[in-house]
Design a protein around this ligand. Structure first.
Ligand SMILES: [Zn+2]
Length: 275
């Protein structure tokens, strides 16, 4: 089930929303980034890794959304990390007794039974400003920003030229702004894209949290496409945007696009600012 995108970096794509799990080979074992969605897929991943003689020595969640916070016992008991802000958000959102029931309501009914929530969000926050994932393997730079979700991290596996973009730079999803946690969601998103652009020269492969893997030529193209969408949102314009047009991969995306427009219009009215 694993496909190699760079030396020592196999990935697995889940059927649900084309969710990508990235595995990075280290000296003593592997790091698993955003482990997947369905229990049977995570078991299959664990089996494939054990057939290859690889132990999971660490996990990482790119951001505090349920589909990036899952884990399965078969993957073992390695420490699982996220940014400090990601971990704090998870703690906060999972703190009450009803939390998991609320999360279950977010999961599409056709797969909810197959999504194991028992180990959801058991992550350790790395100290704020941590620049690298602490592990015995290729250096992985943490590019933290506040687009899409609090403490969202893109990861740059420098020696392998792989950018793990989390929920940015997707070819199937439009930029989904974090409309609740930031004072200026548009600016937060644009700032994140600038950070990724600064790293783009070192990238040969871009792996979005959802969607298809892109080559070197795709990195800047996707940054531009996301930026154009966010600019269009700011000016309440209609983006010439295939991801929400008639050829959209997901038919619910045009609705999400409309909701983002409405939310931002309300915000402008409330704040009396041009956006
Ligand atoms: Zn997300």
């Amino acid at each position: 089930m694993l496909r190699k995108v760079a030396e020592g970096v196999p990935i697995h794509q889940s059927e649900f929303l084309q969710t990508n799990t990235v595995v990075v080979q280290g000296r003593a074992g592997v790091l698993v980034i955003d482990p997947g969605v369905r229990g049977d897929e995570m078991v299959c991943l664990a089996n494939d890794l054990s057939d290859l003689g690889r132990t999971v020595v660490a996990g990482f969640s790119t951001h505090p959304h349920w589909d990036h916070l899952l884990w399965h016992a078969s993957l073992g008991v390695a420490p699982r990390y996220g940014t400090a802000r990601c971990a704090a958000t998870v703690r906060d959102r999972l703190s009450d007794a009803r939390a998991k029931a609320r999360i279950a309501e977010l999961i599409p009914p056709d797969i909810v039974e197959q999504v194991p929530l028992d180990m959801l969000g058991l992550i350790t926050g790395l100290p704020a400003e941590t620049k690298q994932i602490p592990w015995d393997g290729p250096q992985i730079r943490i590019i933290e920003h506040q687009a899409h979700a609090p403490g969202h991290a893109a990861l740059l596996i420098e020696e392998r030229g792989v950018l793990v973009a989390g929920d940015l730079l997707s070819d199937v999803l439009i930029p989904l702004l974090d409309l609740n946690d930031t004072a200026d969601p548009i600016e937060a998103y644009l700032a994140a894209l600038r950070l990724l652009e600064d790293a783009a020269d070192d990238v040969d492969v871009v792996v979005p949290g959802h969607g298809s893997i892109g080559g070197a030529d795709q990195v800047r193209a996707r940054i531009e496409q996301d930026r154009a969408y966010v600019h269009a949102l700011r000016h309440a314009g209609v983006p010439g945007e295939p991801r929400v047009g008639p050829s959209a991969t997901y038919d619910w995306l045009p609705g999400v696009h409309e909701r983002q427009l409405e939310h931002l219009a309300r915000r402008r009215e409330r704040d009396g600012t041009p956006g």
